[in-house]
Design a protein around this ligand. Structure first.
Ligand code: SF4
Ligand code: SF4
Length: 153
């Protein structure tokens, strides 16, 4: 092989090695865009649609009036409402309000349609479970995490 050709190859190889090292060093010195999850967490945007929750009233109860608008609009049919009427009481009384978060598609339509501000999507997203039954959220469960300061907006 021609000596000059071999020398040219060595110089070319060294150059590209240098370019590679510069690129690697640049990335090593750059500020990291990842975080040490789960020890660190990104702060969610105010309009982030996490899991569905009930908004507590002043006494820690729910604000649902059992109007059933959320049931009608829910595309996943994952809300169950049991209600009854009582004499002398205007409107309905809630017996049970249950959401199957295993079916919920986090569309937020139920929150939008509720005229009583009874529902909210809180910035909670770690709701994976081994048992499907854990995705069934009744009133106490829908209110529970919302009452913790971490999930208050
Ligand atoms: S729309 Fe609101 S008030 Fe009506 S049933 Fe649903 S959560 Fe209750
Ligand atoms: S967020 Fe959408 S899918 Fe989930 S319960 Fe509300 S309306 Fe249904």
């Amino acid at each position: 092989m021609n000596v000059f050709r071999a020398l040219g190859r060595v110089i070319k190889g060294t150059w590209w090695l240098f370019v590679g090292m510069v690129t690697t060093t640049k990335h090593m010195l750059r500020r990291s865009i990842t975080i040490q999850y789960p020890r660190q967490r990104f702060e969610q945007w105010p309009r982030f649609r996490g899991r569905l929750a009930m908004v507590p009233d002043e006494e820690g109860g729910h604000k649902c009036t059992a109007c059933a608008q959320c049931l009608r609009i829910c595309p996943a049919a994952c809300i169950t409402l049991e209600r009854h009427k009582e004499e002398g009481v205007k409107g309905f009384l809630v017996d049970a309000y249950v959401v199957d978060l295993g079916l919920c598609i986090y569309c937020g339509l139920c929150v939008e349609v509720c005229n009583f501000g009874a529902l909210e999507m809180i910035p909670e997203y770690e709701i994976s479970a081994y048992d499907k039954a854990d995705f069934i959220y009744d009133i106490p469960k829908l209110l529970a995490r919302q009452l913790e300061p971490e999930f208050k907006r």
